[in-house]
Write a protein that binds this ligand. Sequence first.
Ligand SMILES: [Mg+2]
Length: 231
Amino acid sequence: MPIRLICLDADDTLWHNETWFRRTFEAYAELLAPFAPAEDIQRRLDAVEHRNVPTYGYGVKGFILSALEAAEELAGNDLPPFAVRRILELGREMLAHPIELLSGVEEALPQLAVRAPLVLVTKGDLHHQESKLAASGLGDWFEGVEIVSDKRAATYQRIFARYGVTPGEAVMAGNSVRSDILPALEAGACAALVPFHLVWAHEAAEAPAGHPRFRELASVAELPAWIDSLA
Ligand SMILES: [Mg+2]
C-alpha cells in the first residue's frame, strides 16, 4: 500500500534533546555531590521522574520539578537555598538552549516531503515544543504539528484519522521504541526506529525485531528509501 502520511518524532530524531538532559544531570549531580554519589542521585531522580510523569507529563518543566523533589529527598533539611536556585536556573538554561539538528535531517526532510505530507508528532511542554520547532527552521516542511500528552496507539489512530489516512498508509519514525514504535505498530502503521545513542531510562524498551511493519534504520537518511520499499 502506498504511504500517504509520514509522521516524525522531534526530540532526538530531528534535534538533540537527551544530550541537554545529560549535561544538566552532570551539573545537578555535582551540586548534590555532598549528599550522595552520582549513581544514587541518578537512581533517585529516575524514580521520582517515573512517579511524576502521570502528574506532570513530559518535558523540561516536569523534569525540573522532579529534580527539586529528588534533591529534597536526598538532602532533606540540609538542602541549601542556593541549590534550589541553581536547579531552577538549570531548567531555564534547558528551556533556552539552541536547537542543534541531527545529521542528515536537513537533507532527508525535502526527500520525505515529496513522498507524502509530513506531520511532527511530539510530546512535552506545548510552549517549549513550539518554540523549538520555530527555532529549528524546519516548520515549513510540516503539514501539521501534533503536540500530544502521550504517545499511545489511540493517539496515533486519532492523528491518522485527522489527516484522512488509514493506519496502513502511515509511517511513524522516531528514536523511542516505547513511544514512537510500539504504539504506532499497535495502531496498524509502519514504524521506523532511528536510534539515538542516548536513551532516557523511562523510554527504554526492546525493539520488535522481525515485526513485518518495523525497520531499524542506521539514520534518518535511510527513511525515504525504506518508505519507497513499502509501496
Ligand atoms: Mg524522541
